[in-house]
Design a protein around this ligand. Structure first.
Ligand code: ADP
Ligand code: MG
Length: 228
């Protein structure tokens, strides 16, 4: 069963590359969401952050998935001014710590890493599900991935389930009233809009699904890195 198939640094590099592209392409959309219930900078914040990540990785990725996620996290903390910078930065750093310096990680390791990322976001931002934040997308995704791992699902299915859960979680923020972050200042007027951070979380997890499910991994791979 291919949950046992390991993911190497190339898979994680591909993930972050997909995020850079998706955030850039989604910049206007994320900003539009943040215009409705925030200060219209979420797209610009993340685009600036992931542009910096892209530059940091340009000289070649670090030697392990964990080190790569650590570098993504610290770059986001340094470069993103809004609330989302420290929150996403912490998520990536905590996830990276769980992966340590192993050159390859399993789907179960990744599930544990994302769980630690979520815990980091909640420790820092104190949001729970229902507060209309990125937690509303990340928490269901973490649960979906853990369930898929427990049930022995394959990597594409497991990551597909996580991405779908994140998107559904982001959509579920529409009727919520914000209780954390800038949108909470609007009180009942925050109802009726999708949370920008939940939307970007869904985008990041969709990118993970695309990167890790695409050819390039060892299974059925005709690519250059499929030697071991
Ligand atoms: P800012 O709100 O400082 O302008 P951004 O616009 O970049 O920062 O990010 C806003 C997003 O950050 C929100 O949509 C929400 O998902 C997330 N967010 C804000 N505060 C919190 C918090 N305490 N916990 C979790 N997520 C939060
Ligand atoms: Mg904002």
């Amino acid at each position: 069963m291919d949950t046992a198939v390991e993911m190497d640094t190339a898979v994680f590099s591909r993930w972050i590359g997909e995020v850079v592209t998706a955030v850039h392409a989604g910049r206007e959309w994320l900003t539009r969401l943040d215009t409705a219930i925030g200060d219209a900078d979420h797209g610009a914040n993340l685009d600036r952050g992931f542009e910096a990540v892209s530059r940091a990785l340009a000289d070649g990725p670090p030697g392990s998935p964990g080190a790569l996620l650590g570098l993504v996290g610290s770059t986001l903390i340094r470069k993103v001014g809004g609330a989302s910078g420290p929150l996403y930065g912490t998520a990536f750093r905590e996830a990276g710590k769980v992966l340590g310096d192993a050159p390859e990680v399993s789907l179960a390791d990744l599930a544990k890493a994302l769980e630690a990322g979520l815990a980091g976001v909640q420790r820092l931002g104190a949001a729970v599900e229902g507060d209309k934040t990125m937690v509303d997308a990340l928490a269901p995704a973490v649960r979906a991935l853990a369930r898929a791992v427990r049930e022995g699902g394959g990597r594409p299915e497991a990551l597909g389930a996580a991405a779908s859960a994140a998107r559904a979680g982001a959509e579920a923020t529409i009727p919520m009233q914000a209780r954390r972050g800038r949108a909470s200042y609007l009180g009942p007027r925050s109802v009726g809009h999708e949370d920008p951070g939940a939307a970007s979380t869904a985008l990041i997890l969709t990118a993970l699904c695309a990167a890790a499910a695409s050819p390039g991994g060892p299974a059925g791979d005709a690519g250059p890195e499929g030697t071991e």
